[in-house]
Structures are given as C-alpha cells and as structure tokens.
Design a protein around this ligand. Structure first.
Ligand code: EPU
Length: 493
C-alpha cells in the first residue's frame, strides 16, 4: 500500500461544519436537540425543545492511503479543564481558567455551573493552528450562595459533572447530584466517591436517581484508602478535603497529570496539599480559599492520538503544547513498533518509515498506558506486521467499538478484557459509527489506513474531546470533510 498517493476529493463541500446540532455524551441525536448554537458561552440552547423531525447526524469522511505529515498543536486537556471549572465552585469571586479546549463537554460543564448560580463567559484565544480558535479563556463568577443540585438532564450529558459533588458539599454542606449511570465504555461506579465522603463525615443516601450528601457541620479530615486509583474519586475527595476540618490522607490516589494540574490550581487558591503526582495525597484543610487564574495543562490524550496516527500512516508528525513525559509509555510503544521519536519539553515528533511492527499493550492507571488511547493502540495493531495482544484493565465496555473496526477489515478477536489483533497490510473503507470520543477519533484514524473513503457517523462524540479535529487532519495532509447526513440515510447500523 502506498501511503504517499493523494486521492482527489470525491465529494463536494469544504467545511468543518459546526452548523448542525451538537450532541454530547450519550444523547441520541434522533431524540435530542442539544444545540450549543453560537458555541460556547451564550448559556441558552442547551436544553432546546426536541425537534419533531429527526435531526441529521454529523459525519466525517476521510480519504485513506495518506501519510500524515506536518505539525499540530494541542491545547488544554478536557479532563483537566472540567475539574478546574468544578474547583472554581470552592470559592466565591472570579476564577479565570486559560487554555480551555473549545469542545462540547466544556460547554455543558459551563451550563452545569450556570445552573448552580455561576456566571460563565468564554473569550476565544489565538488560533494555534488552522481553523477557528481551539481554546478559550473561561471566566467563572461564583456567587456567595450556590444552588446545590445538579439535575439528571445535565449530568447524563456529561458524566464528568459528578465532579461538582465534592466542591459543592464542601461549600454548601449539602448536595444533590443526579447519578450519571453507565455509558458506552462501561459501567462507571461511584462507590469510592461515596465511601470517601462518608469517611469524611458526610451522610450519603441515594433516592430517585440522585446521590444526596449532607454534612451540615462541615466535613472533617480522614484517612481514605481507595480500592483502585480512580481519577474521579481522587478529584472529588481532594476538592472536598481542601475545605474540611483537619488533615485528609488519600491513599492509592490517582496520579494523572490532570490531578497534578488540579492540585496546582488548588494550591494557588490557598489549599495545603502534599504529594501531588504520588499515590498518597495529604491535604490539610483551610478555612477559605481565594479565586485565581490558572492555565490548563496540555492534552496528552489528543497528543497521543496524533502520535499513533503518525505511526499508523507511516507519517512524520510534530506535536506541540504537551509535555511528552506524560506520554512516556505510549511513545515507547510507538518506538517498539519501529517509529522514531524525538522529544523536547513542550512537544515531540514521531516518524515512521516502514510498516509498524506488532506490539502488545496493557492499559493501566497513570503512569501506565492510558485507556483513552486504547482505540489508537488497536488501530496501530490492526495495520502492523504480526499479532498484538491488547489488554484493557480500566473499563469493561472499552472494546465495544471493535465491531466497527471489523467493518474496516481489522482482524480483532476479543475475549474478556483481552483483544488479539492480527495486523493487515491495509484496511478497507466502510461506513462506521463512533460510539464514544476516543473510539470516534480511532475510527477516523483507522480510515486513513483504508483504501477509498471512510465515513464515520455520530462524530458529535469526537466534538466532546477534540477541538478542530478535521482542520488538524487537513493540516496534516488528509483529504477530509465534515458534513451532515440524515440519520435514516446514514450507512451506520
Ligand atoms: N470506579 C468504580 N467506583 C468508583 C470510581 C470508579 O468502580 O467509585 C471504576 C469505574 O467504573 C471504572 C474505573 O474505576 O471502571 C476507572 O474510573 P475512574 O474513576 O478512574 O475514571 P473517571 O474519573 O470516570 C476519567 C476520565 C476518563 C478516563 C478515566 C481513566 C474524566 C472526565 N474522565 O474517568 O476519560 O478514561 O479517568 O483514565 O476525567 C475520556 O476522556 O474519553 C474519558 C473516558
């Protein structure tokens, strides 16, 4: 398969259209008109009346057989910015967060904060690449008195909104947050969030689909041992602990760079935290915090997506805006597959000159291989020489998307949390459907290794985590378009 041949554009249209309704999380575009018109910051439209006619679904079409080449810059991490926004709730006044990605999940988080009584505004930052600005500065004005209820309508659209539980309980002494339920990558428990807050003295119950927590006399420090280094539980407990009376110790805490970023912002706010980035966080509660300005850490998952895309397409891609140390294992896998990797403090370059070799991958909490890069690892394995064993240890539904990869001709057999992938010289274009953010990006990138045109539908999932995805693809030499297709005419399912 030649990766240098460019195929002429086989369709009309030119745009990364954002005019279509944007949906989020598991919202079904056939029944939900979750319009974020004029994204973001207008505060209206999130809960628009369902349209009587089924809306179109957004699709991305890419022409395969291209070698990715060029430079992309990544902006702030979704999974950091969402928590930084929640942390703003801890203090009345104006918190400013910069380098926030322009993605749907952030728009929904802004709406969650507005419903709680905050004023949230966005100012676009300079575009760092082709297309419109991909990051914003977010200003959050937090009132003295907050509403303490986050309803299901919003929480089901953004499961990360559960991260308001800790800060709201710390601020208000009571909170009702809708239980988000499971999602397309698996069951998503809350038991560690709940047990940790109970340990800190909260009275927790569940009724009518809500998690209800009360601590009328305030939270008190406690020693909490997490059964698993859960990212969300670590963050919720951390945000609750900064205003608790006394010392909290979280053992077996998650160590992700996004947690270190949250600790950095909280520390600037006046919190006393030791052990950020280690498995033991020690937090000495303070009486009050101050609002600050903070820059979001670069997105390692978006950066890793481009690293794998470069390797899969035998390309040469430079990625800036991220510390490559956050991707140590992922970049090591690319090297084991035969790629050349060069790093510097704020970026890296991946070059692959031949067909990649098969490598085994095991996902683990940070600093292990990120589960969010699993679809990209499967994609790489699908076009590598040899057989790879890919093991998923975080989410029980993460392999759901492999059925779609199979439509592209990938030879994947799953058994429990293992996938055996026999590499093929090339994939075969087909209409496929994105089921979650990372699977969506992984399918588009797999399409780059297929002959012909691959159409990925339901790409509103990709909008949840990748700002200007199509513009970036194009900047790297891909013939790509984003358009809409009526649900009933889309090929998927
Ligand atoms: N878990 C429990 N009980 C709990 C908490 C977690 O059983 O109380 C289980 C979950 O069901 C899951 C595993 O532990 O099987 C990991 O969950 P974790 O809490 O670590 O993940 P999260 O906070 O729900 C965040 C990211 C995910 C990322 C994971 C793992 C955000 C908003 N989400 O989820 O990102 O995959 O950590 O790194 O930060 C994405 O961005 O596409 C995404 C899914």
């Amino acid at each position: 398969m030649s990766h240098s041949v460019r195929t002429p554009v086989p369709w009309g249209g030119d745009g990364e259209s954002r005019a279509a309704p944007v949906t989020a999380e598991d919202a079904d575009p056939t029944t939900e008109a979750l319009s974020v018109a004029g994204w973001p910051g207008n505060g209206d439209g999130l809960l628009a009346t369902p349209s009587p006619t089924p809306p179109d679904v957004d699709v991305i079409r890419v022409v395969g057989g291209v070698r990715l080449a060029g430079e992309v810059s990544v902006v702030g991490a979704k999974n950091s910015a969402l928590k930084l926004m929640a942390a703003a709730l801890l203090v009345p006044g104006q918190t400013v967060i910069t380098n926030v990605p322009r993605i749907t999940d952030i728009a929904i988080m802004a709406e969650v904060l507005r419903r709680l009584g905050c004023a949230v505004t966005f100012t676009d930052e300079e575009p760092l690449g082709p297309g419109p600005a991909r990051s914003s500065t977010v200003t959050i004005d937090v009132p003295e008195r907050l509403c303490s209820e986050a309803d299901y309508n919003l929480v089901r659209r953004l499961r990360a909104s559960i991260c308001v539980l800790g800060p709201l309980l710390a601020r208000c002494g009571e909170v009702r947050v809708a239980h988000p339920g499971g999602d397309a990558i698996g069951s998503r428990g809350l038991d560690m969030h709940v047990a940790g807050l109970a340990r800190m003295g909260a009275d927790i119950s569940g009724e009518h689909g809500f998690v209800i927590a009360e601590a009328p006399n305030g939270l008190r420090g406690a020693t909490i041992w997490l059964d698993f280094p859960s990212v969300g539980a670590t963050e919720n407990l951390l945000m609750a602990a900064v205003l608790a009376q006394g010392v909290t110790e979280i053992d077996n805490a998650a160590r992700e760079p996004e947690i270190v970023d949250l600790c950095a912002m909280l520390t600037k706010m006046g919190a006393r935290i030791e052990g950020a980035g280690t498995s033991t966080l020690r937090i000495e509660g303070v009486r009050e915090l101050r609002p600050v300005r903070h820059e979001t850490v670069g997105d390692r998952i978006v950066a890793g997506t481009w690293a794998f895309a470069a390797a899969m397409t035998r390309g040469d891609v430079t990625v800036t805006g991220v510390n490559p140390a956050f991707l140590e294992i992922a970049l090591d896998k690319v090297m084991c597959a035969g790629g050349h990797v060069e790093t510097w403090p704020e970026g890296f370059r991946v070059r692959m000159d031949q067909r990649p070799r098969a490598v085994d991958v095991v996902t683990l909490p940070y600093p292990g291989f990120a589960t969010d890069l699993l679809p990209m690892a499967i994609g790489l394995a699908s076009v590598s020489e040899g057989t790879s064993l890919v093991t998923e240890n975080i989410f029980d539904g993460r392999f759901m998307f492999v059925q779609e990869m199979a439509r592209l001709g990938a030879d994947i057999r799953t058994d429990g949390h293992h996938a055996v992938v026999r590499g093929r010289e090339r994939l075969s274009s087909a209409p496929v459907r994105a089921t979650d953010i990372r699977a969506g990006a992984g399918l588009v990138i797999a399409g780059l290794c297929a002959d012909g045109v691959t159409e990925v539908s339901h790409v509103h999932h990709i909008d949840r985590g990748y700002p200007n995805f199509v513009a970036d693809l194009r900047a790297l030499g891909v013939t790509a378009e984003r358009t809409t297709a009526p649900e009933e005419q889309s090929f998927a399912f």
